[in-house]
Write a protein that binds this ligand. Structure first.
Ligand code: NAD
Length: 493
């Protein structure tokens, strides 16, 4: 970064093989936050090869579980030490408010702590095959070389959901952060090195998806690809992986319904519908972008949302007065603006936002005002597609069955929220929704101990929880006959 080498391959930091670099832009003011090395396809192959050699040497995968657990605990200590510095880097890179970045780092600490504890608990399984001379056991082994690819909205958080279980399982890995937001991952890898991650176990390259990402995934030496990002990229990666029969987990987008019944608590519902969609300017895979509200309260509810949305303080994430930051880049804002134009042309009724903020102090950043469209329906692309910006669409329903039908009427299935004071109805609706996480009278919370992932086109595989560790393990059945004797099948005479 800024002249320091940023690629870590086999324990050695180096520049890109062709000397290429990329400027990382601070979206709050358009300034250059840092210049980093831009890895090439050759660098990708070098990194995978280093991870392969380290894995095949056998020392790291055979490291006692207690040692790997202690390593993760040391990473936790260093993350605690560097928390504020890492949060600032994340804000500089993504634009999100410092408060949000601090929460990210706390969550990252929880993930490393969780896997540090879990890895010692997950045990092998003994099976009674009905013969006392046979020991049949099922053991878990590290899956091997992992390629870890992360998006830009939660750069280090998403990467930590991969690195922590991969280290816990005894895998070797190549991490590729988004080319838009690599800074926190570079800082983290330096920290992991300080914690004592052995050479070649955690390799780091950053650069474009089209060149670097493609070279990392199209490589027969890779055993597992864990990808978080958009649907189109996920499809591409799954196809490439299929060619090599490489295991792949893809965590993709969402178009998440937030269903509000008329009997829901008013104040927390208004508050959480707003937070659920406008936090981090809507650049959240699980953002509650589709409000599905009971008709009898819809007019009043939407009026209150619009009123409060107009008051949300958009600004530089480093300014404590800001409640939400900019979009990640000019290019991304252009996409969001195109969606707003589309919503208007589709006939949705704009009731809040719909423009850039007028404050001249924000003119050089990629800011956009919280935007609400009322009177939407499922025929509109603005309701069907992931906009990944501060846009809330409103649909109305009359019956519980309608609410469920609308909530499931999406090709995605990442997350959903339900708000009602009727506990029995709440339980019925959450069970009927086809989404990987469903919040009842809450929105956006998660824990390292519970699995995260999507139904339908929101992806496959799970991160976090015990399943998030199992993704990085192979299962082996060992049949040990302690008293071998001939099977006597073939007599040969
Ligand atoms: P993206 O798909 O454009 O990029 C994600 C990563 O993939 C980046 O590191 C990129 O460089 C890399 N990449 C791009 N093309 C590639 C290729 N051909 N081969 C290999 N790698 C390639 O996504 P993004 O714009 O960075 O992130 C936003 C998306 O991520 C949204 O759709 C959001 O919903 C999703 N997301 C999902 C979750 C989840 O948990 N399901 C979490 C966060 C973000």
């Amino acid at each position: 970064m800024n002249g320091e080498p940023d690629l870590l391959v086999g324990g050695t930091w180096s520049h890109a093989s062709d000397g290429g670099t990329r400027e990382i832009i601070n979206p709050a003011d358009g300034s250059v936050a840092a210049t980093v090395d831009e890895a090439t396809a050759d660098d990708a192959r070098r990194a995978v090869s280093a991870a392969r050699t380290t894995f095949d040497a056998g020392t790291w995968p055979a490291t006692p579980v207690a040692e790997r657990s202690a390593l993760l605990a040391r990473i936790v200590d260093l993350l605690e030490r560097d928390k504020e510095a890492l949060a600032r880097v994340e804000t500089l890179d993504t634009g999100k408010t410092l408060v949000e970045s601090r929460i990210d780092i706390d969550d990252i600490i929880s993930v490393f702590r969780f896997y540090s504890q879990l890895v010692g608990v997950e045990a092998d399984r003994l099976i009674d095959v009905g013969d006392p001379t046979v020991i049949s056991r099922v053991v878990r082994e590290p899956i091997g070389v992992c390629v870890l690819i992360a998006p830009w909205n939660y750069p280090l958080l998403q990467m930590s959901w991969k690195i922590a279980p991969a280290l816990a399982a005894g895998c070797t890995m190549v991490a590729k952060p988004s080319e838009v937001t690599p800074l926190s991952t570079i800082a983290f890898v330096r920290l992991a090195e300080e914690a004592g991650v052995p050479d070649g176990v955690l390799n780091l390259v950053q650069g474009s998806g089209a060149v670097l990402g493609a070279a990392l995934t199209d490589n027969p030496d890779v055993d597992f690809i864990s990808f978080t990002g958009g649907l189109a990229t996920g499809r591409t990666i799954a196809k490439v992986a299929a060619e090599h029969v490489t295991k792949v987990a893809v965590e993709l987008g969402g178009k998440n319904p937030h269903i509000v019944f008329a009997d829901a608590d008013w104040e927390s519902s208004v508050d959480q519908v707003l937070t659920g969609v406008f936090l981090h300017s809507g650049q959240v895979c699980s953002a509650g972008t589709r409000l599905i509200v009971e008709d009898s309260i819809a007019d009043d509810f939407v009026a209150e949302l619009a009123n409060r949305a107009e008051k949300i303080r958009v600004g530089n994430g480093l300014d404590p007065a800001s409640e939400t930051g900019p979009l990640v880049s000019e290019q991304h804002r252009a996409k969001v603006e195109a969606f707003v134009e589309l919503g208007i042309s589709e006939g949705a009724k704009l009731v809040a936002g719909g423009t850039r903020p007028s404050d001249p102090a924000l003119a050089s950043g990629s800011f956009y005002r919280p935007t609400i469209f009322d009177r939407c329906d499922r025929s509109m692309r603005i309701v069907a597609e992931e906009t990944f910006g501060p846009i809330l669409t409103v649909e109305r329903f009359e019956t519980e069955a309608d609410a469920i039908r609308l909530g499931n009427d999406t090709e995605y299935g990442l997350a959903a929220g339900v708000r009602t004071s009727d506990a029995a109805r709440g339980e019925r609706v959450v069970r009927a929704l086809r989404h990987g996480t469903v919040w009842l009278n809450d929105f956006g919370y998660y824990t390292a101990a519970a699995e995260w992932g999507g139904f339908k086109k929101s992806g496959n595989g799970r991160e976090l929880g015990p399943t998030g560790l199992a993704e990085y393990q192979e299962i082996k059945h060992i049949w040990h006959n302690t008293a071998p004797k001939p099977a006597g099948w073939f007599k040969g005479d």
